[in-house]
Design a binder for this molecule. Sequence first.
Ligand SMILES: [Zn+2]
Length: 263
Amino acid sequence: MDYEVIDAHAHIFPEKIAENATVNIGKFYDLGMDNTGISERLVKAGETIGISRYLVCSTATVPHQVSSINHFIAEECEKYSCFFGFGTTHPLSESIENDIKQIRELGLHGVKLHPDFQTFDADSPDAFRIYEIIEGKLPLLIHCGDPRYDYSAPQKIRRICENFPKLKLQAAHLGGYCRWDDAEELLTGFENLRVDISSCMAFMSREDAVRRIKKFGIERCFFGCDFPMWNHKEEFERFLSLGFSRDENRLILAENFKNFYEI
Ligand SMILES: [Zn+2]
């Protein structure tokens, strides 16, 4: 492969629940799933385009799952040296402090939240407590956008950026799945905000994708496949067909990610 490629957004699940979890995500988004969300399958899928590293995560829909999910992600990172693991917490967790402490002790690199699955407003006081604790310490990958719910609407993500300027934030799906016009309008120009382009390109024209990526800034976008949602090879081809220059491709496919996460 000509380019180094990092997958900035991948989900993995413990084997015994992977099948169900995958079916449920497919139902939630009304999308056919391309794969089952287990590590072995992820690495196999990524090999088709020579992925060198994967940001892997999983979210806790209820607070009592937090600890076991964090352990699971850490164990998978030990098995697969190409994994860059993010843990999770929950705004209603008994102790967000302890969850964050656990994430750090396990050697995980950041926090993943999914307001729509976890049913909390991204700008609620409970969620703000999480950002307060991790600002300047651990990066946050947050799911953004849903046409049906407002939990992670770009307006709410913007309030995070305004209130926590030192928080390193990866806003998934170009800042707002199916709310791309709002995201483009409200989320561009924040210094510590990055976006991944997973689960986007299949839903927009080439022109829209290029304009939105440029609006966020070529140096602020990460390539990702939202495994098990999409086929790596197809997503990679979609990305290359956007027609960015060789240097721009290098940035989006790997360099921006390495710079931002200092690896
Ligand atoms: Zn995700």
